[in-house]
Design a protein around this ligand. Structure first.
Ligand code: LLP
Length: 472
């Protein structure tokens, strides 16, 4: 049993702190940002994005000489975020024509881009070939034909990697597992040699550049990464022996976890399995070392082959999750005398943090206006949406989320709360549900200045794309 100890264990020195009783982000008063830019508000730290990208690179570069860190832009594709990752030496993974467009617009070069997706359209494939990206990660034999056709039409060679889906189970949420044969992703092991042969039979259209696996997101253990890498290596080494073809890269995907729980007192109320998943930390260097060990190349040829390979990582969450938070104001308070509960109603619901409803994802909630006070009073907390599922707990009373959130006594309207570690998969999954314009995004620049990197939507934005005939 974990004790309900600790006061401010969420603090990250130099980034998230409680100063003079209030939450600060890179030294900037969070609640004051809400006064200035409105509520709710997404806030990011540029310094932390740059730091996370560089640290990850350094960790894997220490293990293998050729590596690429292709930031999974689906985690957060705000242009200022992409620009910060690029400046920090990151490359990029995209999952749609739109993300490809954003990557290009941000300034990523073709050799920095890999493209995943289970149902790429001809237009998306053409755009990727035309730009000459590092790899289109092929998701089926059908798609390989689709790419071959498009390349011939364009008179260009497409760089491709074959996405393999062996049966690799992780201890993550089932919705976040992608290495299972029951998942919709990739080619089965029994189809890989066929895919290789077809790719090599079309040298005018296809450059067989790599292989790819992504076992899932928030993967808490080393083993699935190591097994995945060894599976790919088996195919790569076999191909080289059989045909002499040397693949240029192995892409081990994303999925490095971040610790969402820290030493928060709420951890005691979350089921053990969930707790282990949410609080995992893995050293990316160790992940790579374990992968290389598991592959166990032997003999001069294999050693040369593996040394010459570029190893690609596609981290999203690990780079961006703990660089951002979502500020929300308490708008209403009510007592439920029959249950003894006090409810706090905020202005941020699942339309701004979808995973909280979809996966019952735990984001630690603290008070930004009373950051130093003891967070010891249980509240039912809920968002503003007209949906009973728009709550900060698990409506079905599962073990994924605690039933109550601990906040300072007396918390109520006028207080600003912060949902921490919401940098990944929140902003990009946000919607205007219930006629709520999406909020502004503020980035604390490395200079320490706060700047609006995406303006808040307006009511006019809610209707600006619609075409209708007024009845008046
Ligand atoms: N590469 C591929 C092929 C992926 O499918 C993903 C994530 C990543 C890389 C990045 O994974 P990461 O390093 O961020 O774990 N909507 C979910 C998250 C879905 C992640 C899908 N794929 C959520 O709300 O948590």
């Amino acid at each position: 049993m974990i004790e309900r100890r600790e006061l401010n264990s969420w603090q990250a020195p130099g980034y998230l702190e409680a100063r003079e009783g209030r939450l600060t982000v890179d030294g900037v008063d969070a609640a004051a940002l809400v006064d200035q830019y409105g509520s709710p508000l997404y806030v990011f730290s540029e310094k932390r994005i740059v730091g996370n990208t560089r640290n990850l690179r350094r960790a894997v570069e220490g293990v293998h000489t050729r590596v690429k860190v292709c930031y999974a832009s689906k985690a957060n594709s705000t242009m200022a975020v992409l620009a910060a990752v690029l400046r920090a030496g990151g490359d990029i993974e995209v999952n749609s024509g739109g993300e490809l467009f954003k990557a290009r617009t941000a300034g990523f070069k073709p050799e920095q881009i890999v493209f995943n997706g289970v149902s790429k359209t001809d237009d998306e494939i053409r755009a990727a070939i035309d730009f000459g990206i590092l790899a289109i990660n092929i998701d089926s034999l059908f798609e390989l034909e689709q790419v071959t056709r498009a390349a011939r039409e364009l008179g260009k060679r497409a760089n491709v990697a074959i996405r393999i889906v062996p049966e690799i189970i992780t201890r993550s949420h089932i919705g976040l597992q992608t290495g299972l044969l029951s998942s919709k992703f990739g080619l089965s092991p029994s189809q890989i040699d066929e895919a290789f042969s077809r790719a090599l039979a079309a040298p005018d259209a296809i450059n067989l550049a790599g292989v790819h696996i992504h076992v899932g997101s928030q993967t808490p253990d080393l083993q699935p990464f190591a097994r995945a890498f060894a599976e790919m290596w088996k195919f790569v080494a076999g191909l080289s022996k059989r045909t002499g073809h040397r693949i240029a890269h192995i892409n081990i995907g994303g999925g490095l976890p971040i610790d969402y729980l820290g030493e928060t007192p709420m951890a005691a109320d979350i089921g053990e399995r969930e707790r282990e998943m949410l609080s995992a930390t893995l050293d990316p260097g160790e992940v790579l070392r374990a992968a290389l060990d598991e592959a166990a190349p032997s003999g001069k040829q294999e050693l040369e082959l593996i040394e010459g390979l570029t190893i690609i990582f596609e981290p999203g969450r690990r780079i961006i999750a703990d660089t951002g938070l979502l500020l929300t104001s308490v708008c209403n308070i009510k007592e439920r005398p029959e249950t003894g509960d006090t409810w706090l109603l905020t202005d941020a619901g699942y339309s701004l943090a979808l995973s909280m409803a979809m996966y019952k994802w735990y984001y630690h909630l603290i008070s930004a206006t009373r950051a130093k006070e003891s967070h010891d009073t249980p509240y039912k907390v809920a968002g503003p949406l007209c949906d009973s599922g728009d709550v900060y707990f698990d409506l079905e009373r599962g073990a994924r989320l605690p039933n109550y959130r601990l906040l300072p006594q007396g918390t109520g309207p006028g207080d600003v709360l912060a949902l921490l570690n919401t940098g990944a998969y929140a902003l990009d999954q946000a919607s205007q549900y219930n006629g709520r314009p999406k909020p502004a995004v503020v980035m604390i620049r490395e200079s320490g200045e706060a700047s609006v990197v995406r303006r808040a939507e307006t009511y006019e934005d809610l209707v600006s794309l619609d075409n209708w005939v007024s009845s008046q």
